[in-house]
Structures are given as C-alpha cells and as structure tokens.
Design a protein around this ligand. Structure first.
Ligand SMILES: *Cc1c(COP(=O)(O)O)cnc(C)c1O
Length: 228
C-alpha cells in the first residue's frame, strides 16, 4: 500500500502542477480548478491509494458500478465527493441521489423533474450540472446548444434544481478549444458559475477557456480496459 500511495501521490502532483501552470499561463478567471478524478472501471483497491494520498473528488459514469465500489470507501472517507458524469436513466434517479454528491449529466426535463422529486424525498439538494451536446452529435447525450439557456432556466424555476454549471464532452478527433469556448459563452448566458470540461488529453486547453472542473481519468489511474 505504501508504494501505491506514493505513486498515486506523484500522479496527482503531476496533474495538479500541470493544472496550475495552465491556470497561470492563461490567467483564466477561476481562482481554483477542481480536479475530478475519474475512477470508472477501476476497483476500490485501485482507488484507495488516491484517497490515502489526499484526493477527495471523484467521478463515476455508471450508477451500478458506483453502488458496488463507493459505499465502503465513503465509510472510510466521509468527506469525499462523488460526481456522476455519465448518462442517467430515469429509473436510476433514486439510486443516483443516494450515492452521488453532484450530478453532472442533467439533460432533459423528465430527468430534471424526477431528480428534483427524489432529492425532496431524500431531503437532499445536490448541486447539478446541465450536460450540453456541444458538438451536436446524434449519438451523444446532452441538451442541444440552442436549448441550453432555456433548459437551465426551466431546471431552476420549474424543477427547482440547484444548477451550478454546464458540462460537455467535445467530439472526438476535433480540436476541442472552440467547443470549450462555446460552453463558456453558454455558461455566461445561462448565468452559471461552473464549467466542467477537459479530460486527460485536453484539460490544459479547457482551463485556458475557463474550466472550473476538469475530469481526468487515464492520466491518473492509467489506461482503462477497452470499452470502459
Ligand atoms: C471517462 C470520462 C472522462 C475521463 O476520460 P480520460 O480521457 O480518461 O481522462 C471524463 N469525462 C467523462 C464524461 C468520462 O466518461
């Protein structure tokens, strides 16, 4: 365990110093950028060294997987924060509210309404992000760019959700900068404070465009098995 904690610490230090350099170089407004360590596909045993090394904010993309891994880890580290970063089916809304601290993938009214109902039932008010289909890709989750501002308004006023920010995953294989810039513009129009954008390959660019949350998986935990 000592060795794995040391290597988790050095992976975290490396990413954090790259984040800090990007923030200073580009002078992006947010005072601090949150590192969301994306632990999907990695076992609780692989995650534990990162907790021991001080990391407290993690992202998972599947409710079922989170249910198997996180309750025991949370018992050991009650101050951790778990973000849902993957698509959420309405029949998993109750479990999601029970397991997660932040929901980053709100993208339709039916889901927003259900999340609001489940949060009321659980007497919780979780911060949420609206996921934007920033590249207009047919197969991708997220609200359309043109509908984003009105959807954020509905989430707040009609559903009563606490919308902290916007989240996006740019199209693969295209330079991400313009998509990050577009998300930042939408965030300004929608009146949100947080932008969740940037992954292992492009988090420095995202920070330059004003990311407040970056979601970094493989650069911390190593390569995922294919299809993860
Ligand atoms: C897997 C995943 C990430 C992390 O991807 P890496 O390239 O491994 O950093 C970030 N965001 C979402 C939504 C993901 O599903």
């Amino acid at each position: 365990m000592a060795d794995s904690v040391a290597s988790a610490r050095s992976a975290l230090d490396n990413i954090r110093s790259r984040m800090e350099k990007a923030r200073r170089r580009f002078g992006a407004p947010p005072a601090a950028v949150e590192l969301v360590a994306v632990s999907k596909t990695f076992s609780a045993g692989a995650i534990a060294p990162f907790l021991a090394a001080g990391q407290r904010v993690f992202g998972e993309n599947r409710v079922q997987e989170a249910r198997e891994k996180w309750p025991a880890l949370r018992e050991a580290y009650p101050d951790l924060s778990l973000h849902l970063i993957g698509p959420l089916q309405t029949n998993k809304a109750r479990d999601a509210v029970a397991l997660f601290d932040v929901i980053q993938s709100v993208d339709r009214d039916r889901l927003a309404a259900l999340l609001a109902r489940e949060m009321a039932r659980a007497e919780k008010r979780l911060p949420c992000f609206v996921q934007v289909n920033i590249g207009g890709e047919a197969q991708k989750a997220g609200i359309a760019v043109a509908e984003t501002v009105d959807f954020v308004r509905r989430c707040r006023q009609e559903h009563g959700l606490d919308i902290a920010g916007l989240m996006c995953i740019p199209p693969e294989g295209a330079p991400p900068g313009p998509y990050f810039a577009l998300l930042a513009t939408l965030g300004g129009e929608a009146g949100v404070d947080s932008l969740s954008m940037g992954m292992s390959g492009d988090f420095e660019t995202a920070i330059a465009m004003g990311a407040t949350h970056v979601r970094v998986g493989s650069a911390l935990f190593g390569q995922r098995p294919p299809s993860g």
